[in-house]
Design a protein around this ligand. Structure first.
Ligand code: SF4
Length: 65
């Protein structure tokens, strides 16, 4: 199974929580917002915790159909 990782830039406040919890797949860009390194993954891993912990709920995980 694969997962699509989506991120709503417009809501991101650049708090860095996702980067702290999931540095494997999240980094802060020069625009001060977080960005996923991969937008499609085979295993959710720490992305799940990052999505749950994002204060703006701007990380959306969808199953790839
Ligand atoms: Fe942006 Fe959410 Fe990551 Fe904070 S936790 S930097 S609001 S995506």
């Amino acid at each position: 199974m694969s997962w699509i990782i989506k991120h709503d830039d417009s809501k991101c406040i650049g708090c860095g929580v996702c980067v702290a919890l999931c540095p494997d797949n999240w980094e802060l860009g020069t625009d001060g917002k977080a960005h996923p390194k991969k937008t499609e993954v085979e295993e959710l891993g720490c992305n799940e915790q990052a999505a749950k912990s994002c204060p703006m709920k701007c990380i959306i995980i969808e199953e790839k159909k």
